[in-house]
Design a protein around this ligand. Structure first.
Ligand code: ADP
Ligand code: ZN
Ligand code: ZN
Length: 803
């Protein structure tokens, strides 16, 4: 028997399976989709079995045997295996990366080196003998001492010691000690035999009699009986029970669940949407729905009832939400409805907890998974529906190999299982809405809020006027007034400051002009080092103007403010306010996100100040004011999606206010009040925005009218990276058809990260049959030659942002 193995080595120029021989004793248990340990060159590595066959093209004697079978049950279904192949091909990544991304990190390989003392008699170095104390095998990492390391190295060249690598899984199952309590007859006999003075023993046996035959965790037994471990040990030795170990799940902090509510009566619009999805479920159709519903229109309720229908058919459901909206509030809604049938996968879980949730899915102990991006690979084998909430969110795209989009994976999987997909959003991505308009997706609309609350009133504040009035603060007069008012009324306030990306731009504070690239309709990026403005799409470059090109004002300079600075200013202006700051700095710790939100929901703070992290998911009745401190930071991102992202964010943050009885008010501060993305956020007229944005995209040749591929290069040496970027771009230009537009190479917007200079090349095309093949050739050149020279090159077939 021969197996094809994808090995855990992703720096290798050749990305293909390798053949291995299966030893006789493993033949009957070897299955596709299991992990194995195999020799690879001089090393031992982890591998995935992707094929079984009787013969190999490789010579019999050259075929190496498998060392060990790690999984008795396959961990990847044939569906997921073929998905990984497809994903590797379409995202131009290594197949091993595509396989590993489907599994929890805990199941990836851990490589640990051990030193074996082969000939103990020949160890003459006293410090080493001292250290070993007769041991013949120790982990290499225990050798901290550089002298010892040197000694070991010398001995290893002489063969006195050897070093080997143990491959294991990163995180193990959690095991606990258990006692299987003896039957009542045994216990009664035991009771008679213990000395009457042994009070504790007598007490324990009597207690055990009440639990005869049960298997119990030792810790639980001790707690409930109130007896010490030493007493238990004595009784077990006398035959009162049998010790064992059991595998348990690490239970992440469980939310307090209310009773399962009776499903709500749907509004007419919800009913129409649900009906359409249920028909697809009943007819086993792989249909993709775009559920476009304003914030608070009851999309989640539609998901819940569609899932219920799927579960009644004995099938499973995957629900994806962006990481940042995986709030306890959101997940509790699913747990309230479906109880213990739900597994939750979010980044707040430890590797071990994630592994446990994965195993619950793998063993079919749950039927619904609610999770962030990677939950799309949940190892279900009878999927009945896949839901992506907030489908426009860029976190659904993985920004690392394999660069997959969860939306694409959802649709691939739904085609395999012939089940519906729901993409839900108040502000769908232009791509999805365009597909819905073309009939590729089925459009479902929820135009009204479920409880008929009105959308909050939105005021756009022109910050140019504030400056003219002599207000240099971050807060306009009207927003500051509104904040004072809420503080008095003891209502809550959310203040939003977007600090996405690192790029900064130059803005005129008098007229709001931002310097743009003449070729690309993109804001120019300010480079502090040499005081220049650069377009990182096409490479156009100019000096920083001293006066505004529009109004000749001298108030033109680069723009940017952080949450910390905002917090300081809040304390100055509103000394009585209790403020919670939520950004990457304050949420680094595990569980801090939830803690901050809980604090806010319990009314322990008046103002929640944060980055885009707070834009979603928040649903607190007492929030009546939302302030956007500077809409410009998103609007002038050096990104062709800047307007789309701004409209989405403004709509999302506005949706946080007045979701319940109290009416909500929103203030958006900006230097560009007349920009359509800001204007339309006032009324949340998505379709009007869509039409305007589509014509801009068409004019400058961006998605969804064109596809784009981004090639990024980075190197420690500026001249080298420029040279490689030039070579790579030229190769693409020479190989692709003339209709395809190739822009660059140009320095990236973030021109240096971790001391590496970054360059990029952008490819725009409508139809380009040679693209994949050409890129594969480019990647091959990179893997076989350029990589050795310190270059890092990435290819993204569908970049969500171009920084
Ligand atoms: P969305 O996901 O579109 O933002 P939600 O599903 O969170 O909207 O619904 C907003 C609020 O309206 C929630 O509190 C929800 O319980 C409630 N709700 C949803 N559907 C109905 C309905 N048919 N009748 C009454 N309340 C509803
Ligand atoms: Zn100006
Ligand atoms: Zn340009």
């Amino acid at each position: 028997m021969i197996v094809e193995i994808i090995v855990d080595v992703s720096a290798y120029p050749i990305d293909r399976p390798f053949d291995y021989r299966v030893p006789k004793h493993l033949e009957s248990v070897m299955e596709i989709g299991s992990r194995v340990k195999v020799p690879f060159g001089p090393r031992k590595v982890l591998g995935y079995v992707t094929g079984l066959k009787a013969e190999s093209e490789v010579d019999e004697e050259k075929l190496k045997p498998i060392d060990e079978l790690i999984d008795l049950e396959p961990i990847l279904s044939t569906e997921l295996l073929s998905l990984s192949k497809k994903m590797a091909r379409e995202t131009l990544s290594y197949e091993i990366d595509a396989l590993q991304v489907m599994l929890p990190a805990a199941m990836r390989a851990k490589y640990e080196k051990f030193i074996n003392i082969e000939r103990p008699d020949e160890i003459e170095d006293p410090s080493l003998s001292d250290f070993l104390k007769g041991r013949t095998r120790i982990p290499l990492k225990q050798l901290h001492d550089s002298h010892l390391l040197k000694v070991v190295k010398d001995y290893s060249t002489k063969g006195i010691v050897s070093v080997d690598t143990v491959v294991s899984q990163q995180t193990k199952m959690k095991k606990v000690r258990t006692i299987q309590i003896a039957d009542s007859l045994t216990l009664s006999d035991l009771l008679k035999s213990v000395h009457p003075n042994a009070k504790k023993q007598t007490e324990l046996i009597s207690w055990m009699l009440g639990h005869a035959g049960e298997t119990m965790e030792v810790s639980k037994l001790l707690k409930e009986s109130g007896i010490q471990n030493s007493v238990l040990k004595a009784i077990v030795e006398k035959g009162g029970g049998i010790e064992g170990v059991a595998e348990v799940y690490r239970e992440p902090e469980a939310p307090n669940l209310k009773d399962t509510p009776i499903p709500i009566r749907l509004t007419d619009e919800q009913q129409v949407a649900l009906q359409a999805v249920n028909i697809a479920t009943d007819q086993k159709k792989a249909e993709t729905f775009l559920l476009h519903g304003v914030t608070g229109s009851g999309k989640t309720e539609v998901y819940l009832q569609a899932i219920k229908h799927v579960l009644e058919k004995g099938k499973e459901a995957i629900v994806l939400v962006p990481e940042i909206s995986l709030t306890p509030q959101m997940t509790a809604r699913f747990q309230e409805r479906f109880g213990s049938l739900v597994a939750v996968m979010h980044s707040g879980l430890s590797a071990g907890e994630k592994y446990d949730e994965w195993r619950k899915i793998h063993r079919r102990e749950v039927k619904v998974v609610v999770g962030a991006r990677s939950a799309i690979f949940a190892p279900f084998e009878n999927i009945g529906i896949i839901i992506l909430d907030e489908e426009h969110e860029s976190t659904y795209k993985q920004e690392d190999n394999p660069r997959y989009h969860a939306r694409d994976v959802a649709i691939w999987r739904s085609e395999f299982y012939r089940c519906p997909v729901i993409l839900g959003s108040a502000t769908p991505s232009l791509e999805s809405f365009a597909r819905a308009k073309k009939g590729v997706y089925t459009l479902l609309e929820l135009s009204k809020r479920a409880k008929n609350q009105s959308l909050p009133s939105v005021t756009v504040v022109d910050m140019r006027d504030e400056l003219k009035e002599g207000n240099r603060s971050m807060f306009s007069v009207s927003l500051a007034d509104a904040i004072h008012q809420r503080l008095e009324r003891k209502e809550q306030i959310v203040l939003f400051l977007n600090k996405r990306g690192f790029s900064s731009f130059v803005l005129c504070r008098d007229c709001g002009t931002v310097v743009q690239c003449p070729n690309c309709d993109i804001s120019l990026t300010y480079h502090r080092a040499n005081e220049r403005l650069k377009c990182h799409y096409c490479g156009h470059e100019e000096g920083v103007p001293l006066v505004c090109p529009e109004c000749e004002s001298e108030h033109i300079r680069f723009f940017g403010t952080g949450t910390q600075k905002a917090e300081e200013e809040i304390y100055k202006l509103f000394p009585e306010a209790r403020v919670l700051r939520m950004d990457v700095d304050t949420t680094r710790q595990k569980g801090s996100h939830e803690r901050l939100l809980r604090k806010f929901s319990e009314g322990k703070a008046d103002i929640l100040l944060g980055t885009q992290m707070i834009a979603k998911g928040l649903d607190f009745p007492n929030i009546t004011l939302v302030g956007v401190l500077a809409a410009d930071t998103t609007l002038h991102l050096a990104d062709f999606r800047a307007a789309e992202k701004t409209f989405q964010l403004m709509t999302q943050v506005s949706g946080r206010a007045g979701r319940h009885e109290l009416a909500g008010e929103v203030f958006i501060q900006t230097y560009s009040p007349e920009h359509y993305a800001i204007e339309l956020a006032k009324t949340q007229h998505f379709e009007t925005f869509y039409n305007l944005e589509m014509s801009a995209r068409k004019q400058y040749g961006y998605p969804p009218f064109f596809y784009i591929t981004l090639i990024q290069f980075s190197h420690e040496d500026l001249l080298k990276v420029a040279d490689f970027a030039e070579k790579g771009t030229r190769y693409m230009k020479n190989s692709l058809s003339p209709e395809t537009v190739i822009i660059g190479p140009a320095a990236a917007a973030i021109s240096r990260v971790n001391n590496r200079y970054r360059y990029q090349c952008l490819i725009k095309y409508k139809i380009e049959p040679k693209l994949i093949e050409t890129l594969q050739q480019l990647i091959k050149m990179y893997r076989t030659n350029w990589m050795k020279e310190g270059l890092l090159m990435t290819v993204d077939m569908d970049p969500t942002s171009i920084n």
